[in-house]
Write a protein that binds this ligand. Structure first.
Ligand SMILES: Cc1cc2nc3c(=O)[nH]c(=O)nc-3n(C[C@H](O)[C@H](O)[C@H](O)COP(=O)(O)OP(=O)(O)OC[C@H]3O[C@@H](n4cnc5c(N)ncnc54)[C@H](O)[C@@H]3O)c2cc1C
Length: 406
């Protein structure tokens, strides 16, 4: 089919039907743009409703332009968390340094956004909910590409055929496993695991982060506002990914509790709160690196294809930009040409951002006493430095305009 045929097609033939697995960041963003380009979009999400938990996330550089074009930038600006201070503590709880956050995080004051994860997923969902079909509490059971489309059976018993299917189902993507096999071959472990959850703010913290460090272990409390909840964050060195714990929250709690068993500061209270937390999010700190993001009529987007890890702070931005580029690449092309265009236009941006992991993130979590001392010295010097410049990687892609629009 030629480009001209496809342009005609959008006006004369039924809309191309697509299925997206995952309703977090990449999924609804992709749904938004595909709907704009005339696709009939269904999103399937295994959770029973939109999942609004999670640590605050960053939207920076090129991704800011994506949310502006979606019309949700003003809402996200209103939701921006204006963090005032980051305080670092030593193993005995004494203060190492208290800094303006932008000195450390790589974000640009007054431009980049940090919002509660749920504020972003809520804004994305509202931007598409009236135009797109959502199937909650369901997931893909089988995918068969042997015919002229993708035959899908759903765990809930449904059976349908789509022109294309997209995996926006996160680091541990099932869609990726269907297409390319086990995660291990694409999983690049960065040597840490982390757990985040919310707990009561009994610490008097307000719009600030306090981080305690010992070699190989970090514990942080992040007060997003002035309310009575804080985000608790526990990060620790773990040389191998704990595959056994990924689907077992009790095993995750046991692992974290054993690693931090003798830790000081507020860590005992954090461990107690973790036991009862109903929003625990645990994972290995890792990247997904794949030589190809598509196979046949199925493509991956966001963390499923190229998770960069929170050490880069770019996971959400890559998901937003990737969704925009994937949808735009398909606007006036068939799946073969569209998927090739998506990879061609987006891979370099992904790669430079994944490589940010060596530039700062890991140094926040030193694994030896000597490295911790060096990091603390660096933090003391940062007190007198001006805010960091924007990292070029965050804006390393200029968004094209795509069409045709419906
Ligand atoms: C509840 C939650 C909390 C998070 N908290 C943090 C955090 O604190 N810190 C951090 O660094 N990152 C966190 N993340 C990850 C962060 O949102 C992503 O790194 C980033 O935003 C990229 O988004 P994504 O849409 O590609 O993937 P994700 O945000 O991981 O979303 C994947 C979506 O797919 C769904 N899904 C998974 N498997 C299936 C399946 N088989 N069928 C259907 N749906 C499926 C998931 O429920 C989820 O909604 C969290 C993700 C979730 C889902």
């Amino acid at each position: 089919m030629t480009r001209a045929d496809l342009l005609t097609d959008t006006r004369t033939t039924p809309r191309r039907k697509v299925l997206i697995s995952g309703a977090s960041v990449a999924g609804p963003a992709l749904a938004f743009w595909l709907n704009r380009y005339g696709f009939a979009v269904t999103v399937v999400e295994k959770a029973g409703a939109l999942r609004d938990g999670g640590y605050p996330i960053d939207v920076r550089g090129t991704a800011l332009e994506v949310v502006r074009r979606m019309g949700i930038l003003p809402r996200l600006r209103d939701a921006h968390i204006d963090l005032r201070r980051m305080t670092f503590l030593d193993g005995d709880g004494s203060e190492v340094a208290s800094l303006r956050p932008h000195t450390v995080t790589g974000a640009v004051a007054g431009r980049d956004l940090e919002v509660r994860r749920g504020d972003l997923t809520g804004a994305l969902f509202e931007a598409v909910r009236d135009d797109v079909e959502f199937l909650f509490d369901d997931s893909i059971d089988t995918l068969d590409q042997s015919g002229h489309g993708v035959d899908v059976t759903f765990r809930g018993g449904g059976r349908r055929t789509f022109d294309m299917v997209f995996g926006a189902d996160g680091v541990h993507s099932r869609t990726r496993e269907f297409l390319f096999g086990p995660e291990g071959q694409f999983h690049r472990h960065l040597g840490y695991c982390f757990a985040v959850f919310t707990m009561r703010n009994t610490f008097g913290l307000s719009r600030e982060t306090v981080m305690w460090n010992a070699p190989g272990r970090a514990a942080a409390l992040y007060a997003v506002g002035d309310d009575d909840e804080v985000h608790a964050f526990l990060n620790f060195a773990h040389p191998e990914p704990p595959f056994d714990a990924f689907r077992n929250p009790e095993a995750q709690r046991d692992l974290v509790a054993s690693v931090f068993a003798d830790a000081g500061w507020e860590v005992p209270a954090m461990l107690a709160a973790m036991r009862d937390a109903d929003d625990l999010f645990f994972d290995a700190v890792s990247q997904i690196r794949m030589p190809r993001w598509s196979s046949g009529r199925v493509a991956l987007v966001g963390d499923a294809a190229y998770a960069p890890s929170f050490l880069t702070g770019q996971g959400t931005s890559l998901a937003l930009v990737g969704a925009y580029m994937l949808a735009g690449s398909l606007a006036d092309r068939d799946h073969t040409a569209g998927f090739a265009a998506y990879e061609h236009s987006t891979r370099e941006f992904v790669t430079v951002n994944q490589e940010q992991v060596g530039e700062g993130g890991a140094t926040l979590f030193p694994t030896t006493a000597r490295a911790l001392e060096q990091r603390n010295n660096m933090l003391r010097e940062l007190r007198v430095m001006p805010s960091a410049e924007a990292r070029p990687a965050h804006s390393a892609l200029t968004l094209p305009e795509f069409g045709p629009m419906t």
